[in-house]
Design a protein around this ligand. Structure first.
Ligand code: GLA
Length: 403
């Protein structure tokens, strides 16, 4: 694929770049290099905290950390960012680790606290962070940062956590240090992603199932509306609470245990908004397992229709879309299958961020151009559009291999 439509650097090149930057900034070579990917969710939105199914894939955008033990004898983890002007993070290990500043530091802080609670103390470190996951784009830049930190601490300790425990530790960091009551999808996929596969995750049993996605005739386009999404704003927590209310009225532990008929039976006992929230979740869980079947059988028109249905439900029943996301989906729909688009929907928490489109691989360039032009016309905003193949989850890079 020409240009930087796909990741402009391979992960190997990226880690080499971060290694060089580390040497420039800290005056010596790093001892560890780790990377953890962001994700795009193909379908299954706002289902994870309802015990439902999600179908994400890891993307070729990563948080990368290069590190070495600090040389000043202090028991402090120092994390600098390759972006100029970003305030460095200092995590003092000689006192209990608490949320602090800068705001972004709460993701690594929470993870460090989780390791300390397990008796794993990495000691003083010099760390350089470089992330290619767009911030606030709904592609899990925060989960990538958490999982990257956890992967670094594992490498330093020479001890791997169980992958489920690792994902849960990172989720806890997000709950307790960043104040976002997120589900489990983002951390799971960043830990467990596999090249050429989507991950169908049953968020109740936490059982992951790899779904091969390597049909060269299709591609996934990620369209960043460049409208920042902010999950700590309270709307996410409100949706969670509404789902819990609905489950209580239905008399089930979570909405995963309800179906459309049961919901209709109690409709009269529910606030209309709570009813619509539950209708989204119940429908979305069903759409997700159908879509996974569609991917397994390369039934792309069906997967595409399910994506459109998911978007409508998120827009009308769950009310987490926004005009810009709707604009992208409308443009995609107007291009249609004839023009190479099977389906499109908002992805991630919503209120801005990205849409994901399933398209014919041969039409990627033309579709990207058309979406960019029409989106600018409709909203006055420049979209950022890129593609990604399903990538591998968090990895430790042997430093010797990248020198
Ligand atoms: C955010 C959360 C996830 C999930 C999605 C919505 O990305 O971090 O846990 O709930 O929103 O599907």
């Amino acid at each position: 694929m020409p240009g930087d439509f796909y990741l402009p650097m391979t992960l190997q090149e990226l880690t080499a770049h971060v290694s060089q930057q580390f040497t420039k900034i800290y005056g010596r070579q790093p001892r560890w290099i780790v990377a953890a990917p962001g994700r795009v969710n193909v379908i299954g939105e706002h289902t994870d905290y309802n015990g439902g199914f999600v179908l994400p894939m890891a993307i070729e955008r990563y948080a990368v950390m290069a590190a070495d033990r600090s040389t000043d004898g202090k028991n402090v983890i120092q994390i600098r960012d390759t972006v100029k002007g970003v305030e460095p993070t200092l995590i003092d290990l000689s006192a209990p680790v608490k949320p602090g500043t800068p705001k972004w530091s709460n993701y690594p802080r929470g993870v460090v606290a989780g390791f300390l609670a397990r008796g794993i103390n990495p000691g003083g470190l010099d760390v350089l962070l470089h992330s290619t996951v767009p911030l606030g784009g709904g592609l899990s830049s925060s989960a990538a940062l958490e999982v990257c930190t956890a992967t670094l601490l594992e490498a330093i300790a020479g001890k791997k956590l169980d992958p489920v425990e690792k994902a849960l530790l990172c989720q806890k960091a997000e709950h307790e240090f960043a104040g976002v009551p997120c589900g489990i999808m983002d951390q799971f996929i960043s830990v467990m992603g596999r090249e050429n596969h989507l991950l169908l995750l049953d968020c109740r049993s936490r059982k992951p199932e790899l779904v091969p996605m390597n049909d060269p005739s299709v591609a996934l386009l990620i369209v960043n509306t460049n409208v920042k999404h902010e999950l700590s704003g309270g709307e996410y927590a409100k949706r969670r609470a509404q789902c819990e209310t609905a489950a209580k009225i239905l008399g089930v532990p979570s909405l995963r245990d309800a179906d459309a008929d049961a919901l209709e039976l109690v409709k009269g006992k529910m606030d209309e908004v709570v009813y619509r929230r539950a209708r989204h979740v119940i429908g979305e869980i069903e759409r997700t397992t159908h879509a996974a079947e569609g991917v397994r059988t390369s039934n792309w028109p069906t997967v595409g229709q399910l994506m459109y249905a998911s978007h409508r439900s998120l827009r009308d029943d769950y009310e987490v879309s926004c005009n810009e996301l709707d604009a992208v989906v409308e443009i995609a729909e107007s291009i249609g299958i004839k023009g190479g688009v099977y389906g499109c929907r908002m992805t991630g928490g919503g209120f801005g961020g990205c849409a994901v489109a399933l398209v014919k691989a041969g039409a990627v360039e033309a579709i990207s151009k058309k979406i960019a032009v029409d989106y600018k016309k409709k909203t006055g905003i420049e979209a950022t559009i890129f593609g990604s193949r399903p990538a591998a989850g968090a990895t430790v890079w042997p430093v010797r291999a990248i020198k």
